[in-house]
Design a protein around this ligand. Structure first.
Ligand SMILES: Cc1cc2nc3c(=O)[nH]c(=O)nc-3n(C[C@H](O)[C@H](O)[C@H](O)COP(=O)(O)OP(=O)(O)OC[C@H]3O[C@@H](n4cnc5c(N)ncnc54)[C@H](O)[C@@H]3O)c2cc1C
Length: 408
């Protein structure tokens, strides 16, 4: 680890879930020399702070297909990478408190069934029977999603990075990418704080810093770094690892079992966006300002359904900075107009669970010149020739963020 090299076939900037998985799948290709660089420690920024929930009942057939594949990769992670990954197949409960959200649940159910998911519409009482921390008061519809699961977030990026290194990739932690170099429309490499590495392929997987990295070579990319925070409680009577996770649609609150208690969080009503440039070059996500008041008012908002959130003792509050886009889709694949420049970003607060599939697909896209299936809804080509104001981007990203569970 950490030996500087001057030449590679591909450089991945950023060793979170998305970058590390991409580096791993690239390193599986024969004779491809891969470098994974990170300005901080490997996998140390937003990825380890996630909730680690996998949600299968998504808004499109494409997303359901991708997440089903990710579930398979999570199950076989240790077999594939030789690295540990703790995961629990708990299933989940999606909860509507308003008639309009009950309609969305119905549509989710139909789409889920069509895509072969284990989904079921159940009564509020049955939902409460499956997870007694959830009370039926005020619940108008509920859906059980048997396919959902959760995993231990810090293990994913570190596991993929170690597995990439075992296949010959070079890991360069504590190495700041200062510029992506481009000559006559082609990527030529990356200038880092420790020297220049030549390569015809560069992947910008810099998470909250994706825009900064792209802008070093004059590429604008429309995503907004957005705070997401959660609480881990002390152990609770009646909590156990297999209780189904709960998502309350209109309040945008989620909860899952964690270390004998629960972990829960909220998609904030007025999300806090960050301009990473203004936080300075050495900013570390661990220093992100948290706001526990936001969590307290979310607990009040769901007091009839999840009263436990108000009384449980808080063990840990943590947060990170995922990236939102205007249409809620990732930003993946080649950058318009620059040969060899790729993105793996725009995670929309659900990037860790899907990173195994996204990493494999992007590696194929890079090496074979095309993705394994149609990923055009995620392609950055959708922004080609479009301009957007920062205000509009933030307005649309706000809507996507708060409505992640499909509430209308
Ligand atoms: C509280 C919370 C709950 C969440 N819950 C879930 C969930 O349940 N399920 C889910 O799937 N997702 C969830 N997420 C989202 C998930 O964490 C992200 O989608 C995912 O981790 C994003 O990974 P990343 O690789 O884009 O970013 P990161 O993990 O932040 O990695 C980016 C890396 O790039 C590096 N970097 C940046 N700039 C440079 C540079 N110039 N040079 C070198 N390196 C650089 C950084 O140091 C960093 O390590 C949650 C997030 C939070 C914060």
């Amino acid at each position: 680890m950490g030996v500087m090299i001057s030449k590679a076939d591909a450089i991945v900037i950023g060793s979170g879930g998305l970058g590390a998985a991409t580096a791993y799948y690239l390193s599986k290709r024969e004779r491809l020399s891969v470098v994974l660089i990170d300005k901080h420690h490997i996998g140390s920024q937003t990825s380890p702070r996630a909730a680690g929930m996998v949600s299968c009942a998504r808004k499109s057939d494409l997303m359901i297909g991708l997440i089903k594949d990710a579930c398979r990769k999570i199950e076989t992670f240790t077999e594939e990478t030789g690295q540990p990954l703790d995961w629990v197949h708990s299933g989940s409960l999606k909860i509507a408190r308003r008639p309009q959200d009950a309609e969305v649940i119905k549509a989710d159910f139909e789409r889920g069934r069509r895509n072969g998911l284990d989904v079921e519409l159940i009564s509020p009482e049955r939902a409460s029977g499956l997870n007694p921390f959830l009370k039926p008061t005020g619940v108008v519809a509920a859906m059980r999603v048997g396919d959902d699961r959760y995993f231990d977030p810090p293990q994913v990026a570190v596991g993929y990075a170690r597995a990439a290194a075992a296949r010959g990739a070079t890991l360069l932690p504590k190495t700041d990418a200062l510029a992506v170099n481009i000559r006559t429309g082609k990527v030529t490499g990356v200038t880092t704080a420790k020297g220049t590495i030549e390569a015809p392929v560069v992947v910008d997987a810099a998470g909250a810093w994706t825009r900064q990295v792209a802008e070093t070579s004059g590429i604008r990319v429309p995503l907004v770094p957005t705070r997401q925070q959660l609480v881990v409680t002390e152990p609770l009577d009646g909590a156990h690892a297999n209780l189904p996770m709960v998502r309350i649609m209109d309040a945008a609150v989620y909860m899952r079992p964690c270390q004998g208690g629960v972990l829960w969080g909220v998609y904030e009503e007025a999300p806090r966006f960050f301009d990473m440039q203004s936080l300075g070059p050495n900013f570390d996500i661990k220093d992100m300002p948290l706001n526990i008041e936001v969590l307290r008012s979310a607990a009040v908002e769901v007091k009839d359904q999840l009263p436990i959130l108000q009384t449980a003792q808080v063990r840990e509050v943590r947060g990170g900075i995922p990236t939102m886009t205007a249409d809620g889709h990732h930003i993946l694949g080649p950058a318009p107009g620059v040969e060899g420049f790729y993105f793996a970003s725009g995670c929309n607060v659900a990037g860790l669970s899907i990173s195994p599939t996204v990493g494999e697909a992007l590696a194929k896209w890079i090496v074979d010149g095309e993705p394994p299936f149609d990923l055009s809804p995620m392609s950055c080509m959708r922004f080609k020739d479009k301009s957007w104001s920062e205000a509009r981007l933030q307005r649309e990203a706000t809507w996507q963020y708060r409505h992640f569970y499909g509430a209308v």
